[in-house]
Ligand binder design. Sequence first.
Ligand SMILES: [Zn+2]
Length: 114
Amino acid sequence: MPVKRKSRGRSKGGKGRSDYVQCSICGQLVPRDKAKKITRPKWILDPALARELRQKGAWISTSVETKYYCISCAVHHGLVRIRAEEERKVVPRRRRSRPYGVRRRKPYVSLLGV
Ligand SMILES: [Zn+2]
């Protein structure tokens, strides 16, 4: 059967049905493996104020915000793009990001100069 995309637009594989999630914008019910999941850190304070407080030694709690988008909302808001026919057959590689809250270590600098 000719298909538009190799994955048929989902990340289901051979699995049967999947749960539904609600789109964060329009409220449409979308299969979980079809919806676009976006996870972002949620900042409660202004970044400049948070930096200043952190320098003073305050510990600021942060939370992670997860949103699901239906395909039409994801396209409309620029989260995914419409791709050419040949490009659709290729599954895009995911950009791996550092888990939230894990910081890159500063290079070790000895104060003694050794
Ligand atoms: Zn939507």
